[in-house]
Design a protein around this ligand. Structure first.
Ligand SMILES: NC(=O)c1ccc[n+]([C@@H]2O[C@H](COP(=O)([O-])OP(=O)(O)OC[C@H]3O[C@@H](n4cnc5c(N)ncnc54)[C@H](OP(=O)(O)O)[C@@H]3O)[C@@H](O)[C@H]2O)c1
Length: 250
């Protein structure tokens, strides 16, 4: 029960990695505060967790809006008495295309959802973690923009690389207050974001030393480690859970 009694915000909880994290964290004792835009998916997940005697609440909203990030923190404090961590995980690839062909609106949307959301999250979560005497933040970055230049994903790569830079600064700024901040870099993971094209999946599998894509629950385990006290001396890292895609050249 690594997260027993801890209250953790999880964004992007309606699907994929975030949904797997919600189930895993709740099963290890966390009170989870779930965020995404789809009410039905969040309600189903809250029902599943509470039926298993876990503690979960949800709030629908858009992570690119500052007020929503603040409201998630307020909900955590009001419902469970404080905040101990967050898995800031919501993300979107946006419309893919080369930079010269990319609409400015696409660039702005992808940066807003993947990167500016991280700024809003940290801005409102850190004061709450301070009140709890410390805590742990995890931002979902990606191998895209770090170890692989994936054609068509310029805005996404810029946003995910930006999260790593912000993570380092946050870790340096708040380490003395007992607040750890890390970026988690999943490899290709079988979620709706990866689509349903079998040829594409086969190509992505080939990038990885393990010759497969991850299950969402495997990435959730890495996030659990970073949020738990097992990672008590881990901060400012860009932690790969990438099936070895960063070291694969053949
Ligand atoms: N799958 C991969 O291969 C892979 C690899 C590396 C990194 N990642 C990263 O992992 C994270 C989770 O992605 P996933 O693979 O689990 O994909 P997913 O199943 O498509 O989940 C994305 C989640 O983000 C939420 N979301 C998207 N835009 C949002 C917004 N504007 N406001 C609030 N929530 C929003 C979605 O919920 P709603 O639609 O309900 O809002 C959904 O819950 C993302 O940051 C992604 O970039 C994925």
């Amino acid at each position: 029960m690594e997260l027993q009694g801890k209250t953790i915000i999880i964004t992007g909880a309606s699907s994929g990695i975030g949904a797997a994290a919600a189930l895993l964290f709740a099963s290890t004792g966390a009170n989870v505060v779930l965020g995404a835009r789809r009410q039905g998916e969040l309600d189903r997940l809250v029902g599943q967790i509470t039926q298993s005697h876990g503690n979960a609440v949800c709030l629908v909203g858009d992570v690119s809006e500052e007020a929503y990030n603040q409201e998630l923190v307020t909900l955590a404090e009001q419902q469970f008495g404080g905040l101990h961590g967050a898995f800031n995980n919501a993300g979107t690839t946006g419309d893919m295309g080369s930079i010269p062909d990319m609409k400015t609106e696409t660039w702005q949307e992808v940066l807003a959802v993947n990167l500016t959301s991280g700024f809003f999250a940290a801005k409102h979560q850190i004061p709450s973690l301070r009140k709890s005497g410390g805590g742990s933040l995890v931002f979902t970055s990606s191998f895209v923009g770090h170890t692989i230049g994936f054609p068509g994903m310029g805005a996404y790569a810029a946003a995910k690389a930006g999260l790593i830079g912000m993570t380092q600064v946050l870790a340096a700024e708040h380490g003395g207050e007992g607040i750890r901040v890390n970026a988690l870099l999943p490899g290709g993971t079988m979620t709706p974001m990866a689509g349903e094209d079998a040829d594409f999946h086969a190509m992505v599998r080939g990038f990885h030393a393990l010759k497969r894509m991850a299950e969402p629950a495997e990435i959730a385990q890495a996030a659990l480690f970073l949020l738990s006290d097992r990672a008590s001396f881990v901060t400012g890292s860009a932690m790969l859970a990438d099936g070895g895609n960063s070291i694969t050249k053949l």
